[in-house]
Design a protein around this ligand. Structure first.
Ligand code: NAD
Ligand code: ZN
Length: 351
């Protein structure tokens, strides 16, 4: 698998942990810090540690696993540890974990002493195909997701597919939703290939293609003024359903499960508004319903969901915006959707 060149940084796919060690040595860093959570400390750190053993200028920073750790209080904790361990401007932060670690670590590093170098070693499928590429960092405050953050690129990304072997199947499915999204918005052949593959652990070639798609879009539009909005397909409704499931005492959905629901609803909107053919709507709906568990949404939830959509930070001028498909493999950004249309699309999912 080729190394992908992003916006001034490489994304490694082969011998990635050896490449990481080379990168650290050649960077002449004063010290480096490996940020992990309790799960990556158990499953991924031993390999990394075995490769950097000969270096004596590093420390480990471990936080609790889970989105709760992507919070300002934990960020302060990371900054304090960096200070206590003597980090200076020539230090490096190595983010070893899923999207929580890369978002939090990227943010902490991009602000520490006005910015120190950081690299990502993504260990979940979601972070390999999505969170580690594109330069968004962020933390939550009062459970408002990604409310504080920066656009800062890592110095490199090191993808090791081996880490996925310990990842629970539900987490694999979560990342898979973003891969399916990449096919639907940009590459019909890739969508068909995904549909025909064994996705228990997606192949290196499939992961590579997803990174290529995400990378190409984010290089073209790093600050989400235009084409990067394509990546929001499924996320207007998906994000609302996810938030509602987390804050309103329902069965919490994973990000990917919620995005799968969002993609079904928004494909229905696309059929009504941007000409997605009926057969393609059916193909998308059947594929996603087969892969993801059915989730109960009641009509009495619609008002709450609409309220969440109205507060979405992706909105402009108070309109609820969706990225909609015109065909499988092609999309259209900035479609203003009415509340009635959004409710109809939720009804489509329910029925
Ligand atoms: P996560 O980091 O919480 O990881 C999910 C779970 O898997 C955690 O419990 C973690 O400890 C565990 N885990 C990680 N690697 C493992 C491994 N190899 N083996 C076993 N367990 C492992 O969550 P995530 O799903 O990776 O990422 C979600 C976060 O990413 C969200 O906060 C989201 O906002 C963010 N995100 C950011 C971007 C971006 O562009 N910056 C894009 C998408 C998502
Ligand atoms: Zn997403």
């Amino acid at each position: 698998m080729n190394t992908i060149q992003s916006d001034n940084y490489p994304v490694f796919f082969e011998n990635s942990i050896d490449e990481l060690v080379k990168f650290i040595e050649q960077g002449h860093y004063s010290r480096f810090f490996i940020l992990t959570d309790e799960n990556t400390a158990e499953h991924c750190l031993p390999l990394v540690k075995s490769k950097v053993e000969h270096l004596d200028n590093f420390d480990i920073i471990e936080i609790n696993a889970g989105e709760e750790s992507k919070d300002i209080d934990f960020c302060i904790g990371v900054w304090r540890m960096l200070i206590d361990f003597g980090a200076d401007r020539k230090s490096l932060l190595v983010n070893l974990g899923g999207g929580v670690i890369s978002d939090l670590g990227g943010f902490a590093a991009s602000t520490f002493k006005r910015g120190i170098d950081f690299v990502h070693v993504p260990t979940t499928l979601l972070s390999q195909v999505d969170a580690s590429v594109g330069g968004k960092t962020g933390i939550d405050i009062n459970s408002i997701k990604n409310i504080i953050g920066t656009f800062t690129q890592p110095k490199a990304v090191f993808i090791n597919l081996g880490f996925l072997e310990t990842l629970p199947p539900r987490q694999i499915l979560s990342g898979l939703a973003e891969m399916l999204k990449h096919g639907l918005i940009q590459d019909a052949a890739y969508w068909h290939q995904l549909k025909a593959s064994d996705l228990t652990i997606p192949s290196a070639q499939l992961v590579h293609r997803s990174v290529e798609i995400k990378n190409k879009i984010t290089i073209e539009d790093p600050h989400e003024k235009g084409i990067r909005k394509a990546l929001n397909f499924g996320h207007t409704i998906g994000h609302a359903v996810e938030t509602d499931s987390l804050i309103n005492d329902k069965d919490p959905l994973s990000h990917g499960e919620a995005i799968a629901i969002g993609m079904i609803c928004e494909s229905y909107l696309a059929h009504k508004k941007t000409g997605l053919p009926a057969e393609e709507l059916q193909e998308i709906t059947e594929t996603l319903n087969k892969l993801y568990p059915r989730y109960t949404i009641k009509q009495s939830d619609f008002d709450t969901l609409l309220e969440i959509m109205k507060k979405d930070k992706k909105n402009q001028n108070g309109n609820i915006n969706c990225t909609l498909l015109t065909n499988i493999g092609q999309c259209n950004i900035d479609n203003n959707c009415t509340e009635a249309e959004l409710c109809d699309s939720l009804l489509y999912y329910i029925n």
